[in-house]
Design a protein around this ligand. Structure first.
Ligand SMILES: NC(=O)c1ccc[n+]([C@@H]2O[C@H](COP(=O)([O-])OP(=O)(O)OC[C@H]3O[C@@H](n4cnc5c(N)ncnc54)[C@H](OP(=O)(O)O)[C@@H]3O)[C@@H](O)[C@H]2O)c1
Length: 267
């Protein structure tokens, strides 16, 4: 039987991009999906698509920056399906500006609130249920959580915070049967680049990425499903990310230059 048949899976940030693609990639296995984000309308259409592919699915509108709403998400998932097997903490937002050009206050806080606190709140609320099922926690961080990236100071910091949080939690959960998989995608085509907060505190509006040169959300989701099935500790989606992790130990300046070039070339 496929790993996620009847598995109760909560995915935050499921209305767009990687989260949406992950829901659609899991759906043919027949899971019980709880898809979550702020946009109820986009979630409802995703629910219909997931059902047509063989999943049971419900939508729960949640702003993950509000701990109460995260607790409510978990409560509704348990009320609907009786348990939680997998939590995918995926909701995220980014910035795109050098720190010395950032004019707007609150940007660093808002990125941290979604990426770090949102993931931490949902995980804390789901933990008692995940322990009952020897479940899976899947934290969608980034390669920017493993190394610094220019014009992404606040984002990289929030993803480093996530990696620290989930690496620590994995140790706490060592004897519980609950596993922690950290996902570190490289650039992926999604809405995040268009929605990235610029120097004036407003979304960029257009993606600055060379989208034909980066991974699709579907490709990323397919790698994630395999890593989740195997309860892998860490998935890095790109070769430069995987190799860079080791090179950073003895040639950190080289990795800084690669990160700088990736941002300049936008892929
Ligand atoms: N795309 C990349 O290049 C890339 C690379 C590395 C890591 N990642 C990570 O992958 C994850 C998914 O990002 P994506 O690229 O798929 O971006 P995306 O297309 O912009 O999707 C982000 C999702 O998060 C939700 N979201 C944003 N703020 C939220 C909030 N306050 N509460 C609840 N949901 C919220 C959005 O839905 P609503 O607006 O409806 O709430 C949306 O469903 C993020 O954690 C991101 O950091 C992405």
């Amino acid at each position: 039987m496929p790993a996620f048949t009847d598995n109760v899976v909560i995915i935050t940030g499921a209305s767009e991009g990687i989260g949406r693609a992950l829901a659609l990639a899991l759906a043919p296995q027949g899971p019980k999906l709880v898809v979550s984000a702020r946009s109820r309308e986009r979630l409802e259409s995703l629910v219909q698509e997931c059902r047509s592919l063989g999943a049971e699915a419900i939508a729960v509108a949640t702003d993950v920056t509000d701990e109460k709403q995260c607790r409510e998400l978990i409560r509704k998932a348990v009320a609907a399906f009786g348990r939680i097997d997998t939590l995918v903490a995926n909701a995220g937002a980014t910035m795109w500006t050098r720190l010395d050009e950032l004019e707007q206050e609150g940007v660093l806080e808002s990125v941290m609130a979604v990426n770090y606190f949102g993931a931490a709140y949902c995980t804390r609320a789901a933990l008692p249920y995940l322990k009952q099922t020897s479940g899976r926690i899947v934290a969608v961080a980034s390669v920017a959580g493993l190394t610094g990236v220019p014009e992404r100071t606040g984002y990289s910091a929030s993803k480093h915070a996530m990696v620290g949080f989930f690496d620590s939690l994995r140790i706490e959960l060592a004897d519980s049967g609950v596993t922690v998989t950290v996902i570190a995608p490289d650039f992926v085509v999604s809405q995040i680049h268009r929605r990235a907060i610029g120097a004036d505190g407003q979304p960029l509006g257009e993606s600055p990425m060379q989208e034909s040169k980066i991974m699709t959300a579907e490709e990323c989701a397919s790698l994630m499903v395999r890593a989740m099935e195997k309860r892998k500790r860490l998935l890095i989606t790109s070769l430069r990310g995987r190799v860079g992790r080791w090179f950073k130990l003895f040639a950190p300046g080289l990795i800084d230059r690669i990160a700088s070039r990736a941002i300049r070339q936008r892929h």
